[in-house]
Design a protein around this ligand. Structure first.
Ligand SMILES: [Zn+2]
Length: 102
């Protein structure tokens, strides 16, 4: 898990070097995730996701493109760009969340 988190962080750092964005959500507990209406198997629960909002000169599209080129999976939501390490719906990620989410 630690190594996956480090890989995610490296890719997030690369994304943030390429575009101006503010991180508004990162790791969440199950309680925090439920409070914001997060997906039951959100990668936020295992610190493998972040939410980004554009600042000065960037846009949802430029953030998504930078994240994709850094090796993350972006999802443009109504008021932020969610980025995660793995594509949605992978059974092994659900197992990790079952084992590791706080
Ligand atoms: Zn998110």
């Amino acid at each position: 898990m630690y190594q996956l988190e480090a890989i995610f962080q490296t890719r997030l750092d690369r994304t943030l070097q390429r575009v101006s964005a503010r991180v508004t959500s990162r790791r969440r507990t199950r309680a925090q995730n439920a409070a914001v209406g997060g997906a039951a198997y959100s990668q936020h629960l295992i610190a493998l996701a972040a939410d980004l909002v554009p600042v000065a000169g960037s846009s949802y599209a430029t953030i998504a493109a930078a994240a994709r080129s850094a090796g993350l999976v972006p999802v443009i939501e109504s008021d932020h760009v969610h980025v995660q390490l793995f594509p949605a719906g992978l059974p092994f990620v659900a197992r990790l969340i079952d084992l590791l989410a706080a």
